[in-house]
Design a protein. Structure first.
Length: 146
């Protein structure tokens, strides 16, 4: 794969989308766990917002790797590893993104093993970590000469 230009509009669109998904997560999990559990729609919405936020974050990372470094990433976990190797993410953010990739895979392939309580806990207490990794990606992007 050859390097190309990182497309600013792709970066902006993904960042907006991710932030919209985080806002959705906060809206449906900003209540008590008891209220959250009473509504199957809240559980389904939170799961969807979370999965889509993670997929968009990983897609953004894949775009930075492909266009910025000419590195293809077939697996989601490889995105975090390669972003760290190439100085886009530091260890802590790369570790978070690696765990997020694993959780996204679990959501897609082992969805039946994820409880509503787990969705609430992840969304309520860890959605800021998505923003943290996004901020690190955007900081790197903004530091590059366009």
């Amino acid at each position: 794969m050859t390097r190309g230009d990182i497309r600013k509009e792709v970066v902006i669109q993904r960042a907006i989308w991710i932030r919209e998904m985080i806002a959705g997560i906060k809206a449906v999990t900003g209540q008590s766990i008891e209220d959250f559990m009473r509504s199957p729609h809240s559980v389904a919405a939170a799961e969807s917002y979370l999965r889509r936020a993670l997929e968009a974050l990983l897609d953004l990372g894949r775009h930075l790797l492909a266009k910025g470094f000419g590195i293809p990433a077939a697996e989601y976990k490889a995105i975090a590893i390669n972003l760290e190797k190439n100085g886009v993410l530091k260890g802590a953010e790369a570790d978070l993104m690696h765990r997020m990739a694993g959780y996204r895979n679990r959501m897609v392939h082992f969805y039946n093993e994820i409880s509503a309580e787990e969705i609430y806990e992840i969304c309520h207490f860890h959605s800021d970590e998505i923003e943290q990794v996004l901020a690190a990606l955007l900081n790197w992007f903004n530091s590059q000469k366009q």
